[in-house]
Design a protein around this ligand. Structure first.
Ligand code: FAD
Length: 494
């Protein structure tokens, strides 16, 4: 049983971050490394704060963990030092806890009953930190071995895309006895875990160790093949009994209409992040670097925050992040906006503590360039959010225009859905009004035998949702191939 009073005598203690001056000099994760003993002691103390409240907001429902992680169970096991049993419980619902333990914004912590309380000893259980420790300790002790399938169905499954959704689906289906091949058009596996999320949030060795496990289990990987192009849809459909589309929602929103958008030095944020991640993988210097530049990031969200941290590590002269939304009171005073509103709109990350300026209620009007066609500044206008006569949201310029020095501008203004082209055309599929692929309750698209999961289905979302959808879609595929399935499904298509 959990200690129902643990939270009354143990303070909440987040993982400590390395000093800013140190961490911006390298690409390693921002958190301080700890000795194994210190980590185990601190984390088991933190786990003792979980009171197993009997109201499972943290691990279910619309606000908690979409994976249905058995959080009170593994908190109690950690409290009692049963790390191996905790790892078993954690892996029962999550294929990649070492990843979510690092990058998840932790809706479970937002949903934790203790996050409602307001004494100085309280605040949510540090679930994400505990999750990471359980997973890391299991890997360090060599306890995360391959889970080999007990039978072979002889069925062939293709998974298109190697992001967290594709990998989760592939691992589940391999373990269920199917022959699974993951196709990835990039040169390395991992989707946005590899080339979107910077290494200071997720070191790539964490991903590589999991991929090694999957290879031993029997999942096959083919990189540098774009399905629909190098592997035509006709071959795909004749070679495989089922296909899982896990192609992400990588169509980045752009603003081509802004005057000066075509100047050198004006890029999409993803071009910057992908190039930087290639450099970190040892592929040579990034062609889009912030070194010695005044950098302006257009967009106040998470992708923008990743550009911010990347620009500082590349040696930017200055970094400004723009947002047309007003500054949230939460940035000044979290207590002024009660749960559940504030965690959902809190837009800060460790990168914001590393420097840079945030400007709110501003929008780009145009870019100005030099004689060589390189961007040198941008003109901003102060704006307010309003509505037009039809009630549509409008960004209305007010006040003076402002000129801002800018040698590198990065558009981080969101994503418009999954990419269209030969793959979807060949499969006879069209995107819906959200730019994603619709499916039935079994995750099957309108084309029989073709399933979808992750951002390709949900739109740009979170790693934890991609894993949850990949696992759940695997059950749909397994049922389709064999008539029944024992694979778990924690979420249902939206
Ligand atoms: P993806 O990870 O996008 O993978 C799709 C893969 O499919 C890609 O590798 C692509 O190359 C491949 N592909 C596409 N078409 C084809 C084809 N025809 N043939 C072969 N391969 C193909 N979420 C968090 O929870 N925490 C974070 O900190 C976080 N940070 C983020 C930072 C950035 C910059 C971005 C952009 C997103 C971030 N996210 C974060 C969101 C998260 O990364 C995504 O929700 C998640 O990766 C989606 O997984 P997925 O498997 O659906 O797609």
């Amino acid at each position: 049983m959990a200690d129902p009073q643990g939270f009354l005598h143990t303070f909440k203690q987040e993982a400590r971050k390395r000093p800013v001056s140190e961490r911006v000099q390298d690409w390693r994760e921002v958190y301080e490394p700890q000795s194994a003993g210190e980590r185990a002691r601190e984390v088991s103390e933190q786990a003792s704060r979980c009171m197993d409240c009997g109201i499972p907001f943290c691990h279910s429902g619309s606000s908690g963990c979409p994976l249905g992680n058995l959080i009170p169970e593994w908190n109690d096991l950690v409290r009692r030092g049963r790390w191996d049993a905790a790892a078993e419980r954690l892996h029962a619902t999550n294929n990649f806890p070492e990843v979510t333990g690092r990058v998840c914004p932790a809706p479970c912590e937002t949903a934790c009953v203790l996050s409602l309380a307001d004494t100085h000893t309280t605040g949510s259980v540090t679930i994400k930190r505990i999750e990471q420790a359980i997973a890391d300790i299991a890997w360090e002790k060599g306890e995360v071995g391959p889970v080999l399938p007990a039978l072979s169905t002889g069925k062939q499954v293709a998974v298109v895309g190697s992001g967290p959704a594709g990998l989760a689906a592939a691992q589940q289906l391999t373990r269920a006895g199917h022959e699974v091949t993951v196709y990835e058009r990039d040169d390395r596996l991992g989707g946005l875990l590899r080339y979107g999320i910077p290494a200071f949030k997720l070191e790539k060795s964490v991903l590589d160790q999991r991929l090694s496990q999957m290879r031993v289990e029997g999942t096959r990987f083919v990189t540098e093949v774009e399905v629909g192009v190098e592997l035509p849809v006709s071959s795909l459909m004749s070679r495989f009994d089922a296909v899982v589309l896990a192609t992400g929602a990588l169509r980045a929103r752009d603003n081509r209409d802004v005057v000066g958008r075509d100047l050198d030095g004006v890029h999409l944020a993803m071009d910057h992040l992908v190039a930087s991640n290639h450099e970190c993988e040892g592929d040579g210097p990034s062609p889009i670097t912030a070194r010695g530049k005044h950098v302006v990031i257009i967009g106040g969200g998470d992708t923008g925050a990743d550009c911010l941290g990347t620009a500082h590590r590349q040696g930017a002269l200055s970094v400004t992040q723009l947002d047309y939304n007003p500054a949230l009171p939460v940035e000044r005073d979290e207590a002024s906006m009660p749960w559940p509103a504030w965690p959902m709109i809190l837009r800060t990350s460790p990168a914001h503590a590393e420097g840079g300026v945030r400007r709110y209620e501003v929008a780009v009007q145009r870019f100005l360039g030099d004689a060589e066609g390189h961007v040198r500044s941008m003109i901003l206008a102060e704006v307010r959010l309003g509505r037009d006569e039809a009630g549509r949201r409008q960004i209305v310029p007010v006040g003076e225009e402002i000129e801002l020095p800018c040698d590198l501008a990065l558009f981080a203004i969101g994503f418009e859905g999954t990419e269209t082209g030969p793959l979807l055309d060949g499969l006879g599929l069209e995107t819906n009004r959200r730019g994603t692929l619709s499916c039935g309750s079994d995750w099957q698209t309108a084309t029989p035998g073709v399933f979808v999961c992750g951002d390709a289905h949900r739109g740009a979302s979170l790693v934890v949702w991609a894993i949850a959808e990949g696992r759940s879609a695997a059950r749909g595929v397994d049922e389709y191939l064999t008539g029944s399935s024992e694979l778990p499904a924690s979420v249902h298509p939206t």
